[in-house]
Design a binder for this molecule. Structure first.
Ligand SMILES: [Fe+2]
Length: 261
């Protein structure tokens, strides 16, 4: 069985070709278009994988995409409308359109531009993260913790895996995202979201816990869902165009402006 897995949108688009359970070719799109963290559809990476494995696109049994973009669009649209009210309508529509067009561009590529007539499947984002680490590991059973920005709805999940099964035991849903919180702090420090989080991570090693109490009020312990993000600090979670609320600015000051290079 031949599966073509792609990250079709968002930063670091890429493609991987799997034949009978083994990876036979893989590449990021940035290798070809020379755009760091590129979000472009991974057309070059797909062609590279097929060419290097001597496989025609018509030989592929399934195309697998690691996000259910339409599902995410709908759940985010409802959440943003519910929490942001009238001011969030424009942003809700824009975000939903972005996700719907991601689904469309993947389908258009395979159905119109390439000669592929097989299945195109969109998989749950967190299930993909869990499967990627478990099936590539040497373990026959494992506990898996996945903490990302956000999937279709989930932001943190715990799985139990054994043999060929991966079961979701527990999840924390949007807006309670440790990953998005991390991204927002990265942006506040003058860096770029979905790009420079590694810099925040590296800088953290040199810091002292001067803001411990303040951060403790942002990421709160919760008996039911383990943790909750106090969204009063972030307009981002309320569907507004700006990222930080007056409460956040009062506590931490103004956002650092990045210096021009
Ligand atoms: Fe992810």
């Amino acid at each position: 069985m031949i599966i073509l897995g792609i990250k079709s949108a968002g930063p670091d688009t890429s493609a991987t070709l799997i034949k009978d359970g083994k990876i036979v070719a893989a590449s990021g799109e940035d290798r070809f278009n020379r755009e760091k963290h590129t979000s472009k559809f991974p057309e070059y990476a797909i062609n590279f994988c097929l060419k290097n494995a001597y496989i025609e696109i018509s030989d592929v049994d399934e195309v697998a995409i690691g996000m259910q973009w339409n599902k995410r669009a709908k759940s985010r649209f409802i959440y943003t409308l519910r929490t942001g009210g009238i001011y969030s309508i424009r942003k809700s529509i824009r975000l939903a359109n972005e996700d719907f067009s991601r689904t469309r561009s993947a389908k258009n590529f395979f159905r119109k531009k390439s000669n592929y007539k097989g299945k195109i499947r969109f998989f749950d984002h967190y299930d993909c993260h869990a499967a990627a680490v478990y099936f590539a590991s040497p373990y026959k059973s494992a506990a898996i913790l996945s903490v990302d920005g956000a999937g279709e709805k989930s932001c943190t999940r715990i799985y139990k895996a054994s043999e060929t099964k991966i079961n979701n035991l527990f999840e924390v849903n949007f807006p309670n995202s440790i990953g998005s919180f991390y991204s927002l702090i990265t942006k506040f420090l003058g860096f770029r979201i979905d790009w420079d989080e590694g810099k925040t991570m590296a800088l953290a090693a040199y810091g002292a816990p001067a803001f411990y109490n303040k951060f403790d009020d942002i990421v709160r312990k919760d008996n039911k869902s383990v943790y909750k993000i106090n969204v009063d600090y972030f307009d981002f979670f309320r569907g507004k165009e700006n990222y930080y609320s007056p409460l956040f600015i009062n506590s931490f000051g103004s956002e650092r402006k990045p210096k021009m290079l």
